[in-house]
Design a protein around this ligand. Structure first.
Ligand SMILES: O=P(O)(O)OC[C@H]1O[C@H](O[C@H]2O[C@H](CO)[C@@H](O)[C@H](O)[C@H]2O)[C@H](O)[C@@H](O)[C@@H]1O
Length: 372
């Protein structure tokens, strides 16, 4: 049995949907959609009913998934089963802080390369996406980290926007879910050769994304709280501030716009619907591209560490797992199905972990000892 992210095309509505499916050799067995406590599953019959037969069901599957990822659905008093799941998850995905020594041991003799997601990893999740500021303390830590290891920010946001939050010129940035990659303006001390890195595999979609952004703004303005964000090569429709009873309406609005754009697909993040080109490019591909740009293609002496909190980060975790190189760290307070090896609960813990890496590499930088 394997888990696969697949794009399901719904001919009736013209929508392309990205769904995680558990597959046997011959057939699709279950479809899963993420929720804070893990994944909700749909059987094959339900899946087909939802996707091909019942128009109402198709929408319900999406809205159900939107609902399941809502913190209002987190139980205030966890059951014994929740507790057991949490314990077994922490065994399979231990804290990267607790496992620090083992992690460092595994990296011995290899070049560590750091990949950091932004929202929910370097900055806490907040209601207003324009106010997702990173703390000065986190900025300082990331600056020191970049002095020790090649470091890249990999975000769903537009590259300029994420740069305006991070404001560190020495980093690599991969915006728009990896579809807009740029190296440090002054070149990098880690990179062999002096050619600047700039890669935009979805540039032909720019006019279409602009157009769909305008349509979405117009279409969703009747839904209070909805916010459409232009991320250059992709668009986000936020529903964090939309009343739950309006989610169905919002989804219908988005769907009605997207049916005119079969070249775009719809995925879901943390209280956000994401619209992006159907090209085979994601954060995992961006990670591979960056490793290659840094001169680490097909190298066994590189140790990539990717830290992220979102479903879109799974593409990068999966690449690392498949390559058997480095590892992924999922930032989450709740058990989730993930290809990451370790976990951290929140951005504060991410900072602690990054600080420990700096301290290990350059004991003098943080005034500590070189002990692991
Ligand atoms: O890849 P990331 O850097 O994690 O970006 C993913 C999306 O992050 C932002 O939205 C999320 O954070 C917001 C601020 O905390 C929050 O309000 C929203 O509910 C989250 O989904 C960003 O605004 C999106 O454009 C990114 O795609």
């Amino acid at each position: 049995m394997t888990k696969q992210n697949v794009i399901v095309s719904d001919k009736k509505s013209g929508l392309n949907m990205s769904i995680t499916m558990a597959m046997s050799k011959s057939s699709i067995l279950t479809m899963t959609a993420q929720k804070p406590g893990g994944y909700i599953s749909f059987s094959t019959t339900e899946l087909l009913k939802n996707l091909e037969i019942n128009g109402e069901g198709r929408i319900n599957a999406w809205v159900e998934s939107m609902r399941a990822s809502s913190p209002t659905h987190i139980k205030s008093t966890p059951s014994l089963a929740d507790h057991d799941r949490r314990s077994s998850w922490t065994v399979s995905h231990p804290s990267a802080l607790d496992m620090f020594e083992q992690i460092i041991d595994a990296s011995k003799g290899k070049q560590i390369v750091m990949f950091l997601d932004y929202d929910g990893t370097l900055s806490p999740i907040v209601d207003d996406p324009d106010k997702a500021f990173m703390s000065d303390a986190m900025r300082q830590t990331v600056r020191k980290l970049a002095g020790c290891f090649p470091t890249a920010i990999v975000s769903g946001r537009c590259r300029d926007k994420v740069y305006s939050f991070v404001r560190l010129a020495e980093l690599y940035y991969a915006g728009s879910h990896g579809m807009d990659i740029k190296g440090p303006a002054k070149g990098s001390k880690y990179k062999k050769g002096s050619r600047a890195v700039l890669f935009q595999p979805a540039s032909e979609f720019l006019p279409m994304i602009d157009e769909v952004y305008k349509h979405l703004v117009e279409k969703t303005k009747s839904t209070p709280g909805a916010k459409v964000e232009n991320n250059k090569f992709c668009v986000s429709v936020h529903f964090r501030r939309v009343e739950e009873k309006k989610w169905n309406e919002l989804f219908q609005q988005v769907k009605s716009v997207l049916k005119e754009y079969p070249e775009l697909r719809l995925t879901q993040g943390r209280k956000v619907l994401e619209i992006r080109p159907t090209i085979k490019w994601d954060k995992g591909k961006a990670l591979e591209f960056l490793l290659e740009s840094l001169g680490f293609a097909n190298c066994s002496d590189v140790f990539p560490v990717y830290i992220g909190d979102d479903r879109t980060d799974e593409d990068a975790f999966k690449i690392l797992r498949e390559k058997g190189q480095g590892f992924g760290i999922l930032v989450s307070k709740f058990p989730k199905e993930t290809c990451a090896s370790y976990s951290l609960q929140e951005p504060d813990e991410v900072r602690d972990f990054l600080q420990r890496l700096v301290q290990w590499k350059r004991p003098s930088v943080l005034g500590g000892q070189s002990k692991v």
